[in-house]
Design a protein around this ligand. Structure first.
Ligand SMILES: Nc1ncnc2c1ncn2[C@@H]1O[C@H](COP(=O)(O)OP(=O)(O)OP(=O)(O)O)[C@@H](O)[C@H]1O
Ligand SMILES: [Mg+2]
Length: 234
């Protein structure tokens, strides 16, 4: 495994105001995402996992501290530059799949490539390749509601990987799947990591998924309580 750092949270805190009450979702968190690794954020409900992923994914901004990816600090970019950076470098996989219901499987996977402005031939090559890789090429014309939960999550994985992103952020990607399907989807993400050398950051409680982790950041009440690192042969 390459040990280059591709993204990082530096001393990041995030506070929300609920009426007049300040809620601290994250407190002075330092986190490094290594290239090609499976990095996990774990912890009980409300511990700040989704908040940490949203900050890394430039969906949300920290109250204190800074976030950077590929050496670029997000707070040095304008909103337009940040949108463009997100579009090129970051992909998301959600617990509830978030596919576009009126588009078929092929069109759902192709959609991010439209946003990136790729020409038709390049789009077709990439979509075909990635649908093949997740074993769903024969479902290309199906709408999301004609698929099982596991198939929908495989489409979401294909849609994330088709961008060839720097980082895939996956927030509890197996939480809505039964245990067998969850293991299949987990195995698929591992294959995809090997095939495309993709960097993944997960939030999860799923022991099968966490078993593949290179690094695990454990949060309690927005504070880092433990980091576990898997020794990887060089
Ligand atoms: N938009 C918001 N406004 C106010 N408080 C928020 C907001 N988003 C999150 N919080 C609070 O921040 C804390 C962390 O929330 P977060 O969603 O990151 O937790 P989580 O670890 O992902 O939990 P879960 O396992 O339930 O998904 C919680 O106390 C939550 O109530
Ligand atoms: Mg969450």
């Amino acid at each position: 495994m390459n040990t280059k750092t591709v993204a990082r949270l530096r001393d990041v805190s995030k506070h929300y105001l609920l009426g007049s009450v300040q809620v601290t979702a994250l407190s002075a968190l330092n986190l490094e995402v290594k290239a090609g690794a499976f990095t996990f954020v774990t912890g009980p409900s409300g511990s700040g996992k989704t908040t940490a992923l949203n900050l890394l994914g430039a969906i949300d901004k920290p109250s204190q501290g800074s976030v950077d990816m590929l050496g670029q600090r997000f707070d040095e970019l304008s909103d337009t530059q940040l949108t463009d950076f997100r579009c090129r470098h970051i992909a998301y996989i959600f617990q509830n799949f978030n596919l576009i219901p009126v588009l078929n499987v092929y069109e759902n996977v192709e959609y991010p490539l439209h946003l990136m402005g790729l020409p038709k031939a390049a789009r077709q090559e990439r979509v075909t390749d990635v649908l093949d890789a997740v074993g769903l090429y024969d479902r290309a014309q199906h709408k999301p509601n004609e698929l099982s939960g596991g198939q929908r999550q495989r489409v979401a994985i294909a849609r994330a990987l088709v961008k060839q992103p720097t980082v895939v952020l996956a927030d509890e990607p197996t939480a809505n799947l039964d245990s067998q399907t969850s293991r299949d989807v987990t195995a698929l993400m591992q294959q995809m990591q090997r095939k495309f050398n993709t960097t993944f950051v997960f939030s999860s409680h799923d022991p099968d998924l966490i078993a593949m982790a290179d690094e695990v950041y454990h949060l309690v009440d927005g504070q880092l309580t433990d980091i576990k690192r898997q020794e990887v042969p060089q």
